[in-house]
Design a protein around this ligand. Structure first.
Ligand code: ZN
Length: 373
C-alpha cells in the first residue's frame, strides 16, 4: 500500500482514492481563487514497483493547454529533478504519471520546486557578500518578509523581480542565478555594478509559494493584476515593491515568470501603453534581439499576441512600469515543458537552465545599458 502526502512547503495534492499501486488525485485550488495547476507531493512505500498516478481534474485547470506534451518531474532526493513517463488524455482531462521509485520515498512536482527555506538561505548568503544590501520592503499577509537585495552604485535603476505567480518556481531559480552572478567577480557583474544600481526581489509571493498556489497570494489576489491600485488588505506585496520603485525610479525592469503552454523562452513587453514611444519600443526589441543572439535558450518568434494601441492592461507590472517610469520593462517567460529549440529529454526546462539564462540576460543588460549611457 502506498501513502501520499503534500503536507509540506509548496505541497499541493488531494488524494481521492488509492487502490494498490494506483492513485486517483486532484490538484487543490488556490485559496479564494479558481486557479490551479501546481502540484507537489511525496509517495512512500512503492520502492521497485511501478505506481500509476492519475490526476483527474486537469481539464478544469488554469491552462489545460499546458498538459499535452508535458512530462511530470520526479526526485529521489528533493534536489535533482528529472522527467518521467506522463500521458495526458484530452477526452477525459486525466494526466497519468507512471513511475517506478528507486527508494522508499519519491517526490513529484509540476516543476523543480524552490522552497522558502532555500529562499531564506539565498537572501542570507548573498546578503552577506561585500557590496550587497538587504532590505525588507514589507510583509505579506501571512507575515513573510518581501526581501530585496540592492547591488551596485551606478545611475541606471534596474529592478528584477520574480515569482509574482508562486507556482512558477523557475522564476526564483532565475533570480538565484542572477544574484549569484551580480555578487561575484565576473566581468559582467563588475560592469553592471558600475553602470547601474540593481534591486532584486527574488520572491514577490511567499504566501502562495508556501501554500502550494499556482497564481495567487493568501487573499486569492493575482499579484500581476494589482499594479494600478495595490492595497494593504489585498496586495501588500505589490504595494511595498511599487513604493520602493517610486523611491528609486525604474529605467529597466524584468518580471520573471513561467509559461504553462508554450515550449519556448520568450518575452512580453508593453505594447499598447498610453504613453508608448517608438524609442522605448525599439529599446525593448533590441534587448530581445541581443539575447536571442547570445543563447539558444531565448527566441523572439513564439510568444503572446501584442496588445493594440491603447489596449495595454496597466494592472500588469510590465505595462505599469513602462507607463509610470518610461522604463524598458520586460516580462520573461520560461517553459514548464521544455525549450523545443534545444530540448533536454532527461530534465526538460530545469533550474540549471533558468540560472544560465539569468547570466545571459544580465550580460545583455550590461551591453544595452553601456550603449545607452
Ligand atoms: Zn506568471
Amino acid at each position: 500500500m502506498i501513502t501520499i502526502t503534500s503536507a509540506f512547503d509548496s505541497g499541493n495534492i488531494e488524494v481521492l482514492s488509492v487502490d494498490g499501486d494506483t492513485a486517483q488525485l486532484a490538484i487543490r485550488r488556490d485559496h479564494q481563487s479558481d486557479f490551479y495547476q501546481w502540484f507537489h507531493f511525496c509517495i512512500a512505500g512503492a520502492a521497485g514497483r511501478e505506481v500509476t498516478l492519475r490526476i483527474m481534474n486537469c481539464a478544469g485547470s488554469a491552462y489545460p493547454l499546458g498538459w499535452p506534451g508535458y512530462r511530470a518531474r520526479f526526485s529521489d532526493d528533493g534536489d535533482d529533478w528529472r522527467q518521467t513517463a506522463t500521458d495526458y488524455d484530452l477526452s477525459s482531462g486525466v494526466l497519468t504519471i507512471r513511475h517506478t521509485p528507486a527508494g522508499e520515498r519519491v517526490w513529484f512536482a509540476y516543476h523543480a520546486p524552490y522552497s522558502m527555506e532555500r529562499h531564506r538561505q539565498l537572501v542570507e548568503r548573498i546578503g552577506a557578500m561585500p557590496g550587497v544590501t538587504t532590505r525588507e520592503l514589507g510583509r505579506s499577509l501571512d507575515g513573510y518578509p518581501i526581501d530585496c537585495l540592492d547591488i551596485g552604485s551606478g545611475p541606471t535603476q534596474v529592478w528584477l523581480y520574480a515569482r509574482q505567480h508562486p507556482g512558477e518556481p523557475m522564476a526564483e531559480w532565475w533570480a538565484e542565478g542572477a544574484l549569484e552572478l551580480l555578487a561575484s567577480d565576473d566581468p559582467v557583474a563588475r560592469r553592471l555594478r558600475a553602470a547601474a544600481t540593481l534591486h532584486v526581489v527574488p520572491n514577490m509571493n511567499p504566501d502562495g509559494s508556501v501554500r502550494g498556489h499556482l497564481r495567487t497570494n493568501a487573499a486569492g489576489a493575482n499579484l500581476n493584476r494589482e499594479w494600478i491600485a495595490p492595497s494593504a488588505e489585498r496586495s501588500p506585496e505589490v504595494l511595498c515593491v511599487l513604493a520602493a520603485m517610486d523611491a528609486t525610479g525604474v529605467d529597466y525592469a524584468m518580471d520573471i515568470h513561467g509559461d504553462e503552454s508554450i515550449p519556448y523562452v520568450f518575452m512580453a513587453g508593453f505594447h499598447g501603453i498610453p504613453s508608448w514611444t517608438d524609442q522605448q519600443g525599439l529599446a525593448y526589441d533590441r534587448f530581445g534581439e541581443l539575447l536571442a543572439g547570445r543563447t539558444r535558450d531565448f527566441q523572439t518568434k513564439h510568444g503572446y499576441p501584442l496588445a493594440g494601441a491603447g489596449r495595454a492592461n496597466l494592472s500588469m507590472s510590465t505595462n505599469q512600469l513602462a507607463e509610470r517610469f518610461g522604463a524598458v520593462a520586460m516580462t520573461l517567460e520560461m517553459p514548464f515543458k521544455d525549450n523545443d529549440d534545444a530540448p533536454d529529454p532527461e530534465r526538460g526546462w530545469s533550474p540549471a537552465r533558468s540560472k544560465a539564462l539569468a547570466h545571459d540576460c544580465l550580460a545583455t543588460l550590461a551591453d544595452v545599458i553601456e550603449k545607452a549611457g
